[in-house]
Design a protein around this ligand. Structure first.
Ligand code: NAP
Length: 255
């Protein structure tokens, strides 16, 4: 068990990639804090963890609210006494539309959840890790859209590219304290977020056709990469953005 006696925090743990990662951490022995706004879905993740004999707690959190983020980190330490791994994964697709149709309000809401909240989570997590003096591992969820684009994705792409930008200086600031910080950049992953763009198989067909591996990714495949990045197996890996995308972002033509 790679995470025995460790404590892992997962934001956006009520669904999709976050839920799969929370369950995977618990299966590997970690005590897991699941954070999200929806109580029923967050508690369901914890129930799934407990059904598999794991340990988990739900802490209701809106990451758009900085006081709630601070409270989340404090409560995690209160409940489990420490923090070892943090997966800052909560995110919103916001609104996909041409720039000319998007509003400042959508910009503010999307950036608040996808970028400002990740900065705040990192800030308070790093403060806790420094106080603890043990080092730790942080992984944030960026996106292939940080390095690519879809018509309509200007705000979402900017929010995710921002996450890619903020980890490198943070590594320079805290690597000497044993804190590793990496991003995962998922490709097209079959989650409720993807399905909100359209549940229609015809709509997903071009995405599948463009992916060299000819299928959607699963939340569990992303979770495995997060666990590896948080594990001792990745002890010399920091400041990286790792695409988990079945080859989606490779420019070129497939056979
Ligand atoms: P999802 O199933 O919709 O999950 C999104 C999670 O974020 C939910 O648990 C949601 O919980 C949480 N969340 C959203 N706003 C929040 C807020 N204000 N406060 C707290 N939690 C909040 O989507 P997913 O695909 O797993 O997405 C996970 C991450 O992967 C996101 O950052 C997304 O941008 C990124 N991503 C996804 C894909 C993909 O193809 N699916 C590709 C690239 C990147 P509540 O609603 O309960 O608050």
């Amino acid at each position: 068990m790679r995470f025995q006696n460790k404590v892992a925090l997962v934001t956006g743990g009520s669904s999709g990639i976050g839920r799969a990662t929370a369950i995977a951490f618990a299966r590997e022995g970690a005590s897991v804090v699941v954070a999200s706004r929806r109580e029923d879905e967050g508690k369901l993740t914890v129930q799934m963890i407990r059904d598999a004999n794991g340990e988990g707690t739900f802490i209701q959190t809106d990451v758009a609210n900085s006081a709630e983020i601070q409270k989340l980190i404090d409560k995690t330490i209160d409940i489990y006494g420490r923090l070892d791994c943090a997966f800052n994964n909560a995110g919103t697709e916001g609104v996909f539309a041409p720039m000319t149709e998007l509003t400042e309000e959508v910009w503010d809401q999307t950036i608040a959840v996808n970028l400002k909240a990740v900065w705040l989570c990192m800030k308070y997590e790093i403060e806790a890790l420094l106080k603890q003096g043990t080092g730790g591992a942080i992984v944030n969820t960026s996106s292939w859209l940080a390095v690519g684009g879809l018509a309509g994705s200007t705000i979402y792409s900017a929010s995710k590219a921002g996450i890619d930008g903020l980890i490198r200086p943070a590594v320079l600031e805290f690597a000497q304290h044993g804190i590793r910080i990496n991003n995962i950049n998922p490709g097209i992953i079959d989650t409720p977020m993807l399905r909100r763009f359209g549940d229609d198989e015809a709509l997903l067909k071009p995405f599948i056709a463009h992916t060299p591996m000819q299928r959607l990714g699963t939340p569990e495949e992303v979770a495995e990469t997060v666990l590896w990045l948080c594990s001792d197996a990745a002890s010399f890996v920091t400041g990286q953005t790792i695409l988990v995308d079945g080859g989606w972002t490779i420019p070129g033509l497939r056979n």
